[in-house]
Design a protein around this ligand. Sequence first.
Ligand code: ADP
Ligand code: MG
Length: 563
Amino acid sequence: MEQKKFKTEVSELLHLIIHSLYSHKEIFLRELVSNSSDALDKLKYLTLTDDKLKNLTFEPRIDISFSEEGEDRTLTISDNGLGMSHDDLADNLGTIASSGTKKFLSSLTEEQKKDSNLIGQFGVGFYSAFMVAKKVEVVSRKAGEEQAWKWSSTGKGSYILEEAKRESQGTTITLYLNEEGSEYANRWQIEQLVKKYSDHIAYPIFLSYDQTSYDDKKKDDEGNPLKKVEHKIEQINSSSALWRRSKSELTDEEYKEFYKQSSYDSEDPLFYLHTRAEGATEYITLFFIPSKAPFDMYYADYKPGVKLYVKRVYITDDDKELLPSYLRFVRGIIDSEDLPLNVSREILQQNRVMNAIRTASVKKLLGEFQKISEQNPDLYAKFIEQYNRPLKEGLYSDYANRDALLELVRFKSSSEDGYVSLASYKERMKSDQKSIYYITGGKEETLKASPLLEAYRKKGYEVLIMSDDIDDIVVGSIGTYKELPLKAINKSGAVDDLKEEGEEKKKDTKEAKALIKKVKKALGDKVKDVVASSRLADSPAVVVVDENDPSVQMQQILKSMGQ
Ligand code: ADP
Ligand code: MG
């Protein structure tokens, strides 16, 4: 028997969970069931791919039972999945494996700490058991190993690891319920929670309970109806892989529920897209767009939310190749009929089938976005509010879909409220206008107040306000939209467009020359050049960037990268 201390961050996390999540304490069951489901996925996969486990036959299942006798109320969740070895127990239940979780914890505000979705997203799931339990025991035996181990803890700084017995592979978790948790040693509670959170888990979840009934016809010695106690085991989830069902038999409600369970989001998705492809490659995709962009999607260790299945067998959710990175906010599943089950990450990257699925999925998604932008502007506005930025990333990373993406991205404008598309800009263009104009290098309000806009306003030319810090990086890669060049008005080249037809380039007058000389002398090295300009209407002077130089914003970004 060994007693081990939790890593400090686990103690912190436990404290946080126990003290901030009380209103959501019921999620512990979802977390434990989904861990069991993960363990069943893993074992199922290994029996198909790992020679050592090929002969293991098992009926994947999850069993829940409870006891309410005596002092102790317990709740037990058991699975016959992969199980954990001695070291797995110490590694998985004694530390927080993901560095993202640590970063995440320290970044949370008090309000956010109350949000169970954030907790769920970061896989701190197991520890949620301590919200309802004063002690947790985990007996586990890893597939392929003889020895079972028991991990136990009261959640107060340390845990105990000792040898144990278990007949076959899998994990049994017993919760010794505390006061707040005692209500869960109850058939109706458990059924309701499983239905709510875990109904679509791919494996059957069984609940065992004792049913007491009274037989009026048979009396006992004292003349009372005979009491009969039957032990029952009942499946309490529907365990359907929802995406395999046809669109026509699924309701909007079912899609939303499925989304919320599988992605731990408490909000409905913005929209979803269910596709069944038949023919050369057969597969099903079910994609969801979360109503809020995952807050960690700009972290390096962000985990994209698409799961790959092959014929219902879960393969991975950890492959950045399933969809291009700019679509990493999309959640859902890809289920293929044609991929080999033991497909490795390396193979996935070059796999013809996977490539075909990915290419078609991107087209489908972008097509759906476009359709929504045309048919449901309100919904599209919400979408853009969250995902404009990743789509812009796509502009420079996905050349093949550049034209589609150009129709999807939105910008602020000098003359319109809200966001505008390039297509609508083009429609509003003046008949003599030759280019699409934009300004970069600052906040929206600053750019909108720029004196550089004056001359364009006077001509009735609209200017795109590119205030997103990514705009600067992508706009250069746009170049043209429908053969119209995009020109930055804070660079020196755009100004020629403002000249009236036949107007000569303004010759610097004598006075201007004298003034320029004075200004140059006064500013010295601070500027590259001083010239007379026709771009201003009311303001006397303006600072611009040389056409060939990076913009101010870009210079700042480069500087911050140490360039
Ligand atoms: P996550 O599920 O996000 O990894 P958890 O805190 O829920 O985080 O679980 C931590 C780890 O403990 C899991 O990744 C898994 O390796 C292990 N684990 C938890 N429950 C089980 C189980 N029932 N069977 C096998 N391994 C488990
Ligand atoms: Mg988990």
